[in-house]
Design a protein around this ligand. Structure first.
Ligand code: HEC
Length: 258
């Protein structure tokens, strides 16, 4: 009886884990309801798809990084995308960091190193706003966590540009987006067909670029998700085996008691 209770408890915990919501909530404000997608990382057994992560990094580097920082990601974190040390060194060295002051009290430029965080597009928020008609492009390293239903929302936003309805007149520097709360966003549509050429030869439709960069940004917000899921599954397996052992022990101890 107790064993049965325990097994059903374990089953309930498992079911709970499987049912952890991966989305479904509406974006805040008046944006249209965001479509739910099935992502490779959804569910307890879902993991990040490395090829998609690498393509997403390419989209971030070639498109989004012109306006958006990625303050919480260091180049060496990209090991999780499947790059080796030399590749990461080379990747970091494409960027310049301001360092210092040196012995003469001067700041100086040097090539970025793997331990550095991603270089920012603008020296400060004022410069970022000035270049974007007064709107601040938010840091993207936590954006998937910061928005309700984050992955589905970012995906929808990137493909959600439309002609405005006739009664809506966007001001200069405003664009109509179905999913942005309030619909008028200061980000110009960032993605175009073949706007990037993927290193792995995948056709770069807008949808594909949006999906890959969303996977990349989801990883940036949850870099330890794969490990946490593995640990969770191992814990549940352990609990199930442990329950079985307890049950067997109990039967053995009580076998001769009548
Ligand atoms: C030309 C500059 C520019 C580029 C390139 C750009 N963005 Fe933006 N982005 C902005 C600005 C400006 C805002 C703020 C919009 C506002 O508040 O109206 C923004 C806002 C956002 C937001 C937040 C929306 C919200 O809910 O507040 C996301 C997510 C985003 N961008 C993702 C991306 C991604 C992903 C890329 C690359 C594919 C990208 N952006 C490329 C300028 C840019």
């Amino acid at each position: 009886m107790i064993a049965r209770l325990k097994t059903s408890l374990a089953a309930a915990i498992l079911a709970g884990m499987v049912a952890i919501p991966t989305g479904g909530a509406l974006a805040a404000g008046e944006g249209a309801p965001v479509p739910d997608r099935s992502w490779s990382f959804s569910g307890v057994f879902g993991t990040f798809d490395k090829a998609s992560l690498q393509r997403g990094l390419q989209v971030y580097k070639q498109v989004c990084s012109g306006c958006h920082a990625l303050d919480y990601v260091a180049y060496r974190n990209l090991e999780a995308l499947g790059y080796n040390e030399d590749e990461i060194k080379a990747l970091a060295a494409e960027y310049t960091k301001i360092d210092g002051p040196n012995d003469e009290g001067e700041m100086f430029e040097r090539p970025a190193r793997p331990a550095d965080k991603f270089a920012r597009p603008f020296p400060n928020d004022q410069a970022a706003r000035y270049a974007n008609g007064g709107a601040l492009p938010p840091d993207l390293s936590q954006i998937v966590k910061a928005r309700p239903n984050g992955s589905n929302y970012v995906m929808a936003l990137l493909v959600g540009y439309e002609d405005p309805p006739t009664n809506v007149e966007p001001a200069i520097g405003q664009y109509y987006n179905k999913y942005f709360p309030g619909h008028l966003i200061a980000m110009p549509p960032p993605l175009y067909p073949d706007g990037v050429t993927f290193d792995d030869g995948t056709p770069a439709t807008v949808e594909q670029q949006a999906e890959d960069v969303t996977v990349f940004l989801t990883w940036a917000s949850h870099p330890d998700m794969d490990e946490r899921k593995t640990a969770g599954v191992m814990t549940i397996l352990f609990l199930i085996v442990f329950t079985g052992l307890l049950y067997a022990t109990k039967r053995k101890i009580w076998a001769n008691v009548h």
